[in-house]
Design a protein around this ligand. Structure first.
Ligand code: XMP
Length: 516
């Protein structure tokens, strides 16, 4: 699918900074569409795209490194406003004829910034703000036409600018929350320097993508795999709004869903939204193939394969489809092209991985320009019930990765019912929405309990609750003892056969979020 036209846009040249995604999020929050592009994009390509402005991100290298990431020097002659952040400021200095001092004075963390010029980038800001620094190199002499517009104790040129060229640089990070008035600095760049109009929002995203999907699909038909997660649900609603009955959704219940999830999906999409939904109960098939399989990777592989088999069979049964819709998100798309990244493979959603080749589909990925929180906002605007919008992420292979060893109906029952209690208790105590995931794990370990006067050798259940921003790292949640106590009491009382409950206190790394 060709990219959706979002109107005015800011291109962020990505030099591999850990904060690059944050910059684009801040720009989007200000109402202007932003996209990360590889740092070595040609000036000709930039000219063709006609962005309202360019932002040069930070990066881990020094401009003097043998293998420094350098942008096409012609970008400075395009007449397009530029803001360089950290390494971006050093690039501007270096490439336009100034001098960068290597490892001059390291500055990390919070630093008081004194603003010297409030005419554009710092318009309406106070004289002093606290900014977030993270650099070793700094501008020593500035290119001609540039002057310092803010300083710190250690950096006389903590921000620089040339009004004539509309090129600015900041040594600190306005995109991080630790920089006071950081969003206003970015807004000043957008609206004072680049003269952006703003107004990009999830509402405009929906309007544009609905009309683009309509044009694209025409009279053809689209198949959408619905997992019940927020991404595939949003894709389904967006497509339904665009093409109505030319959309058919397929929900495959592999028997490894959370409690009540299958029923909820059918009720929401078929009954509430009146979307054509094929509901395939394939649980027996999946459980038969998983019978006796203990190895975690084998379990995942079987589930992935079986998914493709069932989906293909159903797809062929229900007719002539030209398009397959997927809920690919922006971070999945962009990671493969990031500077310095080991060519990370684009994550294929396991549910539909391999399908396009087998079935000769064209791919529709209407969310490929969005971040997760933006998808949630789209979902809300399209009327997806809160329960689905805010439900924690759930792995494609479902409860199979939360059951250690072979998947059996007994372990499934324990895992599913105990997880339900964990979720319920966290909702009751107002913690559910503050954590990333919360669930129960079970395996083959048993532990002794007493029930009345009887010894009882029952299941051991581990409760896992983690906080995370992107699932790359995660910290275990310090739940209040009364909440842990209530979860434990309820699981041992309400889930027959469980005698012990433990709480997982390993963060990621070294552990992963899911046990398998
Ligand atoms: P780990 O366990 O690797 O998980 O720390 C990171 C995040 O990814 C989710 N996860 C999956 N999602 N298919 C998915 O769609 C999978 O096979 C899968 N495995 C893990 C996990 O729930 C967590 O949010």
């Amino acid at each position: 699918m060709p990219p959706i036209q979002h109107g005015e846009e800011i291109l962020i040249l990505d030099f591999g900074a850990q904060y690059a995604h944050l910059i684009s999020r801040r720009v989007r929050e200000a109402g202007v569409y932003a996209e990360l592009v590889p740092y070595n994009i040609s000036a000709a390509e930039i000219k063709r795209r006609k962005p309202a402005g360019l932002i040069l991100s930070g990066g881990p290298r020094s401009v003097y490194d043998k293998d420094a990431f350098l942008p096409d020097p012609a970008i400075y002659n395009l007449g397009i406003p530029i803001l360089g952040i950290c390494y971006g400021l050093q690039l501007i200095t270096h490439q336009l004829g100034g001098k960068v001092a290597r490892g001059a004075k390291h500055e990390y963390g919070r630093a008081p910034l004194r603003i010297d010029d409030k005419s554009d980038l710092f318009k309406r800001l106070p004289d002093h703000i606290t900014c977030w620094m993270s650099h070793a190199d700094a501008a020593e002499s500035l290119p001609s036409g540039f002057k310092p517009i803010a300083h710190t104790e250690n950096s006389p040129a903590a921000a620089i600018g040339s009004k004539a060229l509309s090129i600015y640089g900041v040594q600190f990070h306005p995109e991080v929350a630790h920089t006071e008035h950081g969003s206003e600095i970015i807004e000043n760049f957008l609206f004072q320097v680049c003269s952006c109009r703003g107004g990009w929002s999830m509402k405009t995203f929906i309007e544009t993508s609905v009309s683009e999907i309509r044009d694209k699909v025409g009279d053809e038909h689209v198949l959408c795999g619905l997992s019940g997660g927020v991404d595939s649900s949003t894709v389904a609603l967006l497509l339904h709004q665009a093409i109505g009955d030319k959309l058919t959704c397929v929900f495959i219940d592999h028997g490894l869903m959370r409690k009540g999830e299958g029923e909820q999906i059918v009720k929401t999409f078929r009954e509430h939204f009146k979307i054509q939904l094929i509901n395939v109960d394939a649980s027996e098939r999946f459980l038969r193939r998983l019978d006796g399989v203990e190895d975690p990777e084998k379990k995942r592989k079987i589930i992935g394969e079986e998914f493709v088999n069932v989906f293909t069979e159903e797809g062929l049964k229900i007719g002539d489809f030209q398009w397959l819709a997927q809920g690919t998100l922006y971070p999945d798309v962009i990671e493969s092209s990031r500077a310095g990244s080991p060519a990370a493979k684009i994550k294929t959603h396991h549910n539909v991985g391999g399908l396009p080749e087998k079935m000769n589909f064209k791919l529709l990925e209407p969310l490929r320009d969005l971040y997760k929180d933006e998808v949630r906002r789209v979902a809300k605007l399209l009327g997806l019930p809160d329960e689905i919008v805010t439900r924690h992420p759930f792995p494609g292979p479902g409860l199979a990765v939360r059951i250690i060893g072979a998947v059996t109906p007994e372990k499934l029952r324990v895992c599913r019912d105990a997880s339900w209690i964990v979720e319920e208790e966290l909702k009751k105590s107002g913690i559910y929405d503050k954590v990333w995931q919360a669930f129960a794990v079970t395996g083959d370990d048993h532990a002794t309990g007493v029930l009345g006067d009887e010894r009882n050798y029952g299941h051991l259940v581990t409760v896992r609750v983690v906080e995370s921003v992107d699932a790359m790292t995660a910290d275990w949640t310090r739940l209040p003892y009364p909440v842990i106590e209530e979860i434990s009491n309820r699981i041992t009382n309400e889930v027959p056969g469980v005698t012990w409950v433990t709480y997982a206190v390993s963060s990621k790394p070294p552990a992963t979020i899911e046990p398998q």
